[in-house]
Design a binder for this molecule. Structure first.
Ligand SMILES: Nc1ncnc2c1ncn2[C@@H]1O[C@H](COP(=O)(O)OP(=O)(O)OP(=O)(O)O)[C@@H](O)[C@H]1O
Ligand SMILES: [Mg+2]
Length: 281
């Protein structure tokens, strides 16, 4: 039997609305999930604004704790990880967020974002090795090192910044990447490029990816499986092809019906279909 990389057991998150009221928001309700170590996958978590997607991401990254239930990484509750195991978890579980500017300190050149993890996790023994790792990571997301290194964040485009974030995640050779709306703030022409970098990361390095989005078109393009959240609850899950082509739940149907169709002609990394111009449903 294969070991679990990640296991979420009936995790719920309840936010109190204020100190003086008993009202609470159930951001996530009894969410369970298993990702296997030897079966890397791309899983989409889809749902409208406020459905609990970022809450889930924050729980997986250990930035917020579950009100009830638990999150296990390689069989151990992440809340109890210490020492080497905690370091391993922090290196192996990486994140890319929506706003490509948020993680940059405006006073440091972008090199900083790449050299810090190299130093922190001792990924290189010499300066030359560090440079070559940085260049390799940048190349693999389609950036030329000479175009971006030595610059300040405001001297780069949003798409370049977001690709540097992906390169940073890649540098650490994570086992799991949590990408929370990674392309919703970049324009359409770069979207494909960034999503393709994510797919390559999965294909070439066996990284599992949790791809969070409200956009089913990109979900269809990159993911193997999908979980649809509605008000913190799972309303539908399965392989992305079946769920999007034949949604069972009313809410999923609404999401699918809002997709502009010719975009579904192709799934990157999957065989390209003969051209379809009509909504297959
Ligand atoms: N720190 C917080 N304190 C109180 N309520 C919160 C907090 N964070 C999120 N919520 C609430 O929890 C619910 C889920 O929010 P969450 O950010 O997980 O949604 P989301 O699916 O990521 O939405 P979006 O697509 O807009 O990013 C919302 O009702 C939100 O208002
Ligand atoms: Mg969110």
């Amino acid at each position: 039997m294969s070991e679990n990389l990640l296991e979420i057991r009936r995790a719920s998150k309840v936010y109190q609305r204020g100190l003086l009221t008993s009202k609470a928001t159930i951001a996530l309700k009894e969410f369970s999930l298993v990702l296997k170590q030897d079966e890397p996958t791309i899983l989409t978590i889809a749902g409208e604004s406020g459905s609990g997607k970022t809450t889930l991401a924050m729980m997986l990254l250990g930035f917020t704790t579950a009100t009830t239930g638990e999150v296990l990484y390689k069989g151990k509750n992440i809340a109890g990880l210490v020492g080497k195991e905690r370091m391993a978890y922090r290196r192996e579980v990486q994140a890319v967020f929506q706003d490509p500017f948020a993680v940059f300190n405006p006073f440091y050149k972008v090199d900083h974002l790449l050299t810090v993890p190299i130093r922190q996790f001792k990924l290189a023994r010499t300066k030359a090795e560090a440079t070559s790792k940085m260049e390799e990571a940048l190349n693999s997301v389609g950036l030329r090192p000479e175009d971006v290194l030595g610059r300040f964040p405001h001297q780069l485009s949003g798409g370049q910044r977001q690709r540097i974030n992906v390169a940073r995640a890649l540098l650490l050779k994570p086992r799991l990447l949590i990408a929370d709306e990674p392309v919703s703030m970049v324009d359409a022409s770069l979207r494909a490029n960034i999503l393709e970098s994510l797919r390559n990361l999965h294909r070439d390095h066996g990284v599992s990816i949790i791809y969070i989005t409200h956009d089913l078109t990109t979900a269809y393009h990159v993911a193997d499986n999908i979980i649809v959240l509605y008000k913190g609850e799972v309303v539908e899950k399965g392989d992305v092809e079946s769920v999007i082509r034949n949604p069972q739940h009313r809410y999923t149907q609404l999401l699918v019906d809002s997709i502009p169709w010719p975009n579904l002609d192709q799934r990157w990394g999957h065989s390209i279909r003969t051209s379809e111009t009509t909504n297959p449903r």
